[in-house]
Design a protein. Structure first.
Length: 302
């Protein structure tokens, strides 16, 4: 059976700690001579440990190799296309990683402006462009948003810690609290503890800036518009050597707790669809990560 967690070759591991420092699920421990070992099973299989290891000591059998373009050398119908732009775009897409380690350095405002210029090249339903971008240009703002988000999760965890409440809600046909408890409660509890004890930032990963992408509920396809614009931001960030990471925990909190919209002075007609952490990465990626193999269903005869 394929391993569900990364495999670490103890002979090759040099104990540099790179994999441990970027593991989002904290499942990598340090053993003798700081050599890495897998310590837990709650791995989301992101492959970042593989991508960052300078000694090629990590393998991730649950992922295929990194995606590659196939049309360019095939001599087929698209062989007339200039391969350079497609290859460059593919490289940017493959190299983009969710960055969870940042340098302690503010992001150049001109770069943030460029990200927004890239964002609005996205398509939008009936060209409504009903998106709104809120920029937190410095760490203090990011921390403030993090604190309001943390307050929401503190309250949620207090509720989720009550077995009676979980069971009754589930019996009544509301399994959300039960599912949250099973999937997130423990992780969130540890993250809150880390913040309270030592200001360890497991929410924004220490990012010095963020862009919040909201959209007007009254436009035709607000979620799609905002998410397409967000993807443009992520790709342009990679092209500009910035690190970025979507922070879904804040989006979820904002859906349930109006205090986030209040903090951001965001009109009730706007809903937050993504929060993008930004900064200069403090990670040295050695190689792209793979993905699960694509298995399209080709419907040639309908
Ligand atoms: C909707 C969405 C929400 C996400 N929320 C978080 C988050 O709250 N924290 C985080 O560290 N990563 C978050 N991520 C990043 C994913 O974990 C990441 O994209 C995935 O592991 C693949 O890694 P890659 O982006 O480096 O390819 C989110 C991604 C998406 C698409």
């Amino acid at each position: 059976m394929t391993s569900k967690v990364p495999l670490i070759d103890q002979q090759r591991c040099i104990g540099c700690g790179a994999c441990r420092s970027i593991c989002p699920d904290r499942v990598i421990g340090a053993g003798l001579s700081d050599k890495a070992f897998i310590d837990g099973e709650s791995c989301m299989q992101c492959g970042h440990c593989y991508a960052v290891c300078p000694a090629e000591a990590v393998s991730v059998p649950f992922l295929s190799s990194a995606p590659e373009l196939t049309s360019i050398d095939s001599g087929g119908a698209t062989s007339w296309v200039d391969p350079l732009p497609s290859q460059m775009l593919m490289e940017i897409m493959k190299q983009r990683r969710s960055c969870r380690l940042y340098q302690d350095k503010p992001v150049d405002r001109a770069l943030i402006d460029d990200l927004l210029q890239a964002a609005v090249t996205a398509p939008s339903g009936t060209n409504s462009q009903g998106w709104k971008f809120l920029v937190l240009p410095n760490r203090e703002g990011v921390i403030r948003l993090g604190e309001v988000t943390a307050d929401f999760y503190r309250r949620l965890n207090r509720k989720a810690a009550k077995p009676m409440m979980r069971s009754v809600l589930k019996l009544l046909g509301y399994p959300a609290l039960h599912n949250y408890y099973e999937g997130y409660y423990q992780k969130v509890q540890e993250a809150l503890k880390g913040w309270d004890k030592s200001r360890e930032d497991r929410l924004f990963h220490g990012a010095p800036a963020a862009i919040i992408v909201a959209a007007d509920r009254r436009s035709s396809c607000p979620a799609e518009d905002a998410l397409l614009a967000s993807q443009n931001i992520l790709l342009m960030a990679e092209a500009l050597d910035l690190g970025s990471c979507l922070i879904g925990y804040v989006v979820e909190a904002a859906r349930r707790d109006p205090s986030i919209n209040r903090l951001l002075d965001l009109d009730k007609n706007y809903r937050i669809h993504s929060v993008v952490a930004l900064g200069y990465p403090a990670v040295n990626w050695m190689r792209p990560v793979g993905r699960k193999a694509v298995k399209p269903e080709i419907l040639a005869s309908i």
